[in-house]
Structure formats: structure tokens, C-alpha cells
Design a protein around this ligand. Structure first.
Ligand SMILES: [Zn+2]
Ligand SMILES: [Zn+2]
Length: 387
């Protein structure tokens, strides 16, 4: 996909944008004093044009064709276009990552002093791009602002080693203090140990997203959903934390080093671990064992858990917002959304079918908007917003 044209690079100081007078190129070798006669097309406009082209042909779908002509114009144009092209790197497999790596390595040699790996500002892809020893150090992206990795292909037995490799790769990288947003999705286990590792490595993060609940299979039947629950820690209370107070204390202590954190999303359920499985059992029985997944929000049996779950969501959010004075929002996944979506798709008994309604509607979330007192920064109020 990515091929470099060697003829594209012109010698230093001889680019195609040098002013031409009466058909003659006036370069640095001219005997005339022409300092003020060497206008160049404003870089900002060039960047805007290239950026506009890349909007229509983003990486990697454009397959490099969109910017090929830019890279052949001059060295300057080549650097601008490649810097913009590789700014947001979206990967779907390891092979593409290797191609990108090789390409940037080649450009690194071409541009010498300017580190082409610094062009990458956001990197989005699957976790196994860092899982293989064949993959180079991901911390080499020295200007990385956003990193999003899906752990969908990991299990509880591989998660720790991938996290360890990821953190190791940033150990000596300047980007550990530059990274603003880190999102690890579909992680089998989110716990205080993981939070502590991440806050130790990335203390200047402004946005952290970690979640397990997207691994729950909610688009098919009860059997598929039950199978998907086996290898994930979707609800850490009470098996891993006896109660919400203990979870709040532990999470707050682990995240405390992130003194700039503004937005926190933890894709966990704070209802008891058994709640979800119990619901699958009694909702199926109520439907005569038809194997359909019914809406949690409309279940009268489960509704007794609503108040306690919402108390936990409030309590843990308050503890975290006090421990992290920079926090503006905290988001959780929840079984108890206040929204009654999909009602028009229920059957005559008021049950929602998974194929229509998606049951949990993952991610059903509650976001607490934190308002603080000016000056003291103490929490004044938190407003829960369901989505
Ligand atoms: Zn199924
Ligand atoms: Zn229920």
C-alpha cells in the first residue's frame, strides 16, 4: 500500500516553490541579492490544502494515493503532506502497523533531524500491535497525544502481559508526559492494580477510558450473553470489593497521581455481580424459556436493585471527584438507565427482544457532571446524565 518514490526528494534549498523570474529559476546560487524576492507560498495555506485533501481521503483507506502527488513536489511539501497523513493512524491489524513502522523508518532516514515518528499524534488499533515481540517500541511515537487500544482479542491470561509490554514501551519515551487521552476498551479486568500502573506511567493524562462491559454479547440470545460473561470482570462488587465504599477508596488512591485528569470513563457495572445473571434467569422463565433477553429497566424484579446501584454510582463518583480535583466528568456503565428506549419495539407483554432493543444497550451509561466551588475547588454538586 505504502510505497515511497525516491525521485520525490529534491536537494536541500532547491524546491519547486522557488520564485521564477522570466522563466529563470532564482535560487540561493543567484548573484542577485534577492532575499526579499524569494516569496514562498504560506505554509499555513499549503497545510490547509493538504489537510482538506486528507479529510476526503483519510489514512489508511486512501492507500497513499491521495497524497502521492504532494510528496513528489518538493522536500518541504513531502514533509508537510506526510506529517499530516500520519497524524491520525487508524490500524486494524498488525501487518498494517508494521507497514507504517517501516515507512516512517524510511522517512526518518530521509529527513534526518526531524523525527518522522513524531508525526503521529493519535494511534488507534487492536492491542496485539503491542503484543508481539516483533513489534517495535510503541513509545517511539514521541508526540503521541491520543492512544486507543482494543483488548477484544485478549483474555484474562494475556491481559497483564500486554499491559506490561505497553507500559514498558513508554518507560523512556517523552510521550508518557505528553499523552492526553488513553482509552483501553474491552479489557477483561479493570481493577486498582491496572489504574495504579497507568497513573504511574501517564500522570498527565486528561482523559482516561477503561472498560469491560463492551465485551458483553447483547445482540443475540441469553446463551450468547451468558457465554460472554465468563471471562470478564464486569461487576467487581462484591467478589473483588466487598462494597462500594471499599471500591471507591481503592480506585481513588490508585488514580490520585493523575493530577490533570478531566474525564474518566470506567466501563464497569456497580450493581452486584449476580444481578445480571439473575436477571437472565428470571426473565427467561417469565418468557417461558424462549431464550430472549428482556430489558433490565422494565424488570420489576430487578427494580429493587435500582436505588442501591444508583447510590453506589453516586458515592464512588463523589469519592473520585474529591480525590481528583481536576475532574469534570465521570462516566460509568449501568443497568439502570433512566431512559426507556425501545418501548415501541416491545411485545404485548412489555418485553423487549434483543434483536430490536439490544437489552443492555451497551453502553448504557450514566455521566456525572461535576460542578465545583470557585476557589476551593470542592465539589458543589454532581448532576447525573443518562445516555
Ligand atoms: Zn445467541
Ligand atoms: Zn430482572
Amino acid at each position: 500500500m505504502l510505497t515511497r518514490t525516491t525521485s520525490a526528494v529534491l536537494p536541500r534549498g532547491r524546491n519547486s516553490l522557488t520564485l521564477r523570474v522570466r522563466g529563470r529559476s532564482i535560487g540561493t546560487q543567484s548573484k542577485f541579492k534577492i532575499g526579499s524576492l524569494k516569496p514562498r507560498f504560506p505554509l499555513e495555506i499549503i497545510e490547509t490544502i493538504v489537510g482538506f485533501v486528507l479529510l476526503l481521503h483519510p489514512f489508511p483507506k486512501s492507500g497513499f494515493l491521495a497524497i502521492r502527488s504532494f510528496t513528489q513536489g518538493s522536500k518541504m511539501l513531502r514533509e508537510i503532506s506526510l506529517r499530516l497523513y500520519f497524524r491520525d493512524v487508524l490500524l486494524d491489524d498488525r501487518a498494517l502497523f508494521v507497514k507504517v513502522w517501516d515507512y516512517l523508518s524510511t522517512e526518518n532516514a530521509v529527513f534526518g533531524g526531524s523525527n518522522s515518528f513524531g508525526w503521529v499524534r493519535s494511534l488507534i488499533g487492536p492491542s496485539h500491535i503491542v503484543a508481539s515481540s516483533a513489534i517495535k517500541n510503541i513509545g517511539s511515537f514521541v508526540n503521541l497525544k491520543t492512544l486507543e487500544l482494543s483488548f477484544a482479542s485478549e483474555g484474562s491470561s494475556t491481559q497483564d502481559s500486554v499491559i506490561h509490554r505497553l507500559l514498558d514501551s513508554f518507560l523512556h519515551s517523552p510521550s508518557r508526559n505528553i499523552l492526553e487521552k488513553l482509552a483501553l476498551t474491552e479489557v477483561p479486568h479493570v481493577d486498582a492494580k491496572l489504574l495504579e500502573s497507568l497513573s504511574g506511567m501517564f500522570p498527565r493524562l486528561e482523559s482516561l477510558e477503561l472498560g469491560s462491559t463492551k465485551r458483553i454479547e447483547s445482540d443475540c440470545c441469553i446463551v450468547c450473553m451468558e457465554d460472554s460473561l465468563v471471562d470478564i470482570r464486569h461487576s467487581p462488587i462484591p467478589d473483588y470489593y466487598a462494597n462500594a465504599e471499599k471500591l471507591a477508596t481503592s480506585f481513588a488512591r490508585s488514580l490520585a497521581p493523575m493530577s490533570r485528569l478531566k474525564h474518566l470513563y470506567l466501563g464497569l457495572l456497580l450493581s452486584d455481580a449476580y444481578a445480571l445473571e439473575d436477571h437472565l434467569t428470571h426473565s427467561d422463565e417469565a418468557k417461558g424459556g424462549r431464550g430472549v433477553v428482556t430489558s433490565f429497566s422494565s424488570c420489576l424484579t430487578c427494580d429493587r436493585l435500582r436505588e442501591e446501584t444508583q447510590r453506589r454510582e453516586w458515592l464512588v463518583s463523589l469519592s473520585l471527584s474529591r480525590a481528583l480535583p481536576s475532574l469534570d466528568t465521570i462516566r460509568w456503565d449501568t443497568l439502570f438507565t433512566s431512559l426507556a428506549r425501545g418501548r415501541t419495539e416491545s411485545d404485548e407483554d412489555g418485553f423487549y427482544y434483543a434483536s430490536d432493543d439490544g437489552f443492555l444497550q451497551v453502553p448504557s451509561a450514566v455521566t456525572f457532571l461535576i460542578h465545583r466551588h470557585t476557589g476551593s475547588g470542592e465539589v458543589r454538586t454532581m448532576i447525573p446524565v443518562h445516555s
